[in-house]
Design a protein around this ligand. Structure first.
Ligand SMILES: Cc1cc2nc3c(=O)[nH]c(=O)nc-3n(C[C@H](O)[C@H](O)[C@H](O)COP(=O)(O)O)c2cc1C
Length: 193
């Protein structure tokens, strides 16, 4: 009798089955603003990515540049959704990456300004074309890439380029850290953590 009662009780209080594991994309995260404070702590070289646009050369400042592969030689750049340069990179299937020298902060600022038209960004800078792509003179190093793959991730596009031409010059790199331009020789105190 006792055993039968226990059986009934067990059935009514049985725990509900566990909820399914959340997919990665649905997991509540710390939020974009918090993540941006983390991204600011990444230290990167500053580059300008250029491409041939329908109405002339286009270009933008980019810190998200990474070497991806040596065999075959591949570079990776991340370009924001809606960027004019990205449109040209896709349409022309080629682009150039210029690693800037520490003296080229003005150039980096100009190529990042959303209100500066393309023609003004290039004004006063010596330009030539390699494989149909506009190449700026005076960079620390540059490469011309053939667009291998463009894939959207969130609000940016991951662009993979196969390196078709390379030039390595001299000088020291311009860096970007904590939302400021830096150079290798600079010393600065730790910010609030
Ligand atoms: C130091 C620095 C680094 C930047 N890095 C990137 C980047 O990696 N990817 C990106 O899409 N925009 C980056 N930007 C912002 C672009 O340069 C900016 O949005 C530019 O106006 C885009 O130009 P476009 O729309 O004419 O192509 C960066 C800006 C600065 C100042």
């Amino acid at each position: 009798m006792g055993a039968r009662l226990r059986l009934v009780t067990d059935r009514t209080t049985a725990p509900a089955p566990p909820p399914p594991e959340p997919l990665l994309g649905e997991e509540p995260g710390p939020g974009a603003a918090r993540c941006l404070t983390l991204y600011a702590k990444l230290t990167a070289g500053v580059s300008v990515v250029t491409a041939a646009g329908a109405g002339g050369p286009l270009g933008m400042t980019v810190s998200a540049v990474t070497s991806l592969s040596a065999r075959p030689p591949l570079l990776l750049v991340c370009l924001r959704d809606g960027s004019r340069t990205l449109t040209a990179v896709r349409a022309h299937r080629a682009f150039a990456v210029h690693l800037l020298r520490e003296e080229q902060q003005d150039l980096a600022t100009r190529f990042a300004s959303p209100t500066t038209p393309a023609a003004e960004r290039f004004a006063g800078t010596e330009l030539r074309h390699v494989l149909g792509v506009p190449v700026l003179a005076g960079a620390l190093a540059w490469s011309v890439c053939l667009t291998e793959d463009v894939r959207r991730y969130g609000d940016h596009h991951l662009v993979v380029g196969r390196i078709a031409a390379v030039h390595v010059g001299g000088g020291r790199p311009l860096l970007w850290h904590d939302r400021r331009f830096r150079s290798l020789t600079e010393r600065f105190p730790d910010g609030p953590g």
